[in-house]
Design a binder for this molecule. Structure first.
Ligand code: ADP
Ligand code: TRP
Length: 323
């Protein structure tokens, strides 16, 4: 029996190169090894996006992104979180056994609290809903970026507490955080993130990609001067696309001098475009056949729900709401 893997990303805007290398690539690489459930975390996105057109556009975009990046709907359960309505029911049961101060310690809440004028209850409850996503599917492993690690710890703690109160019901999930997947830097050198507006969009047009690449911040060394590849943001991004030998050649050019940052950026732009062209074509193909995409999501939800309904019967009965 294969172990079960579960993960999702929020449809909160156009995905970028950091999302691809930090999350989606892992889902694709692991889809043969694990019984994989990959979903679009649309309920989580409602904590920040409360505009019908924007949300539905983003949901469809993530579905297209997943398929274009190589998730195979024959192998993975691909679905939309909101189609598994039992998740919100389970989140309620978890709400009732979780102390407020425990949630107040979540970094996601603390960050939001620092930034936003008003934190909605959904945002405060974010880790509970995420625990429900994970535990309802009996997931063994959850591949995420390092920033999500605390949420998996919440899921484990909530599972332990539930099991203590109601008897053995949930498995304890493990996070899968790949060590070689470093944080991808954005054009300003900070972590690439939608919220910092420093992204290189994965499925942007060539012009958008070029514009983002040209904005990458560097020091002011002249073309002739020797440069340090290990402190250069452009070089960090080359690492994602070049083979070791090619990277070695580029490293030499940096150190020897004679290569301008502009030339390095032009090379990076070509690498990105070459890399995404096949995925972009696949995305266009699905875009022309949206009925097929909806069918894939519906079928994924239908199959996931069969498992969830079974699990919910046990949960309800353990709680005492089911005879
Ligand atoms: P953003 O910071 O742009 O809002 P999300 O928080 O929606 O991105 O992240 C979605 C997934 O992509 C998560 O698993 C996260 O760990 C991963 N991820 C996001 N940004 C990066 C990055 N710069 N490097 C590596 N992984 C990332
Ligand atoms: N919080 C995750 C993110 O922002 C998305 C998410 C929601 C998720 N539920 C999940 C990831 C369950 C893994 C498992 O990226």
């Amino acid at each position: 029996m294969k172990k079960r893997l579960l993960s999702g990303i929020q449809p909160s805007g156009d995905i970028h190169i950091g999302n691809y290398f930090g999350a989606i690539k892992q889902f694709v690489d692991l889809q043969n090894e694990y019984d994989s459930m990959i979903f679009i975390a649309d309920l989580h996105a409602i904590t920040t996006i409360q505009n019908k057109e924007e949300l539905s556009k983003n949901i469809l975009n993530v579905a297209l992104d997943y398929l274009a990046c190589g998730l195979d709907p024959q192998k993975v359960y691909l679905f939309k979180q909101s189609d598994i309505n039992e998740v919100t029911e389970l989140a309620w049961y978890f709400n009732c056994i979780t102390p407020m101060p425990f949630l107040e310690r979540a970094t996601s809440y603390k960050d939001a609290h620092m930034k936003a004028k008003e934190v909605n209850v959904g945002l405060f409850d974010y880790p509970i809903l995420m625990a429900a996503d994970i535990l309802i599917q009996d997931a063994d492993i959850v591949p995420v970026g390092a920033d999500q690690k605390q949420h998996i710890e919440y899921a484990r703690d909530i599972a332990l507490k539930f099991n203590k109160i109601y008897g053995e019901t949930f498995k304890l999930p493990e996070p899968l955080i790949l060590k070689n997947v470093a944080i991808v830097p954005g054009v300003d050198g900070r972590k690439m993130s939608k919220s910092y507006k420093n992204t290189i969009p994965l499925f942007g047009t060539n012009e958008e990609i070029k514009k983002a690449v040209m904005k990458i911040v560097t020091d002011s060394k002249s073309p002739e001067e020797s440069k340090n590849p290990d402190t250069c943001n452009i070089f960090s991004l080359h690492k994602l696309f070049l083979k070791d030998t090619e990277l070695g050649v580029l490293r030499n050019k940096y150190e020897k001098g004679g290569l301008s940052y502009k030339e390095s950026k032009d090379m990076l732009y070509e690498e990105i475009v070459d890399f995404i062209t096949p995925m972009r074509e696949k995305r266009e193909m699905y875009k022309k056949d949206l009925d097929k995409v909806y069918e894939i999501l519906n079928e994924g939800a239908r199959r996931a729900k069969i498992l969830v309904e079974k699990k919910m019967k046990i949960i309800r009965s353990n709680i005492g709401v089911n005879f």
